[in-house]
Design a binder for this molecule. Sequence first.
Ligand SMILES: [Zn+2]
Length: 116
Amino acid sequence: MTSLVFCRGCAHQIHETATSCPKCGAPQVVLTKSAAATPAAALTPPIQNYAQVPWYRKRWFAGLCIFLFVPAYFLIAFTGDIYFEKNGELKTISKNEKFIVLGIFIIIVFIRAMRD
Ligand SMILES: [Zn+2]
């Protein structure tokens, strides 16, 4: 029984047991027991060192998000009203709700600071 698969490099149709593409030479993942058991056959290898971490997964970027968007929220929340619609009526978030959000944020920051 033969079947064709698409090359991982050029999407050319190749035989499923081919170890490399005859057209572009890209190595192929052969789905045999021995190949599947080898860690090198994994499609996405686990991150081993900091250089392999994508930029959006790094702590400085997560920190940047917190320090950009949380101050943005408080700037908007405490210089005016935040509106929402409920049953067709225009409503605003009360001052108490704004302070609840501020309180939750302070608690989260405090817990994080205690852990590090
Ligand atoms: Zn190819």
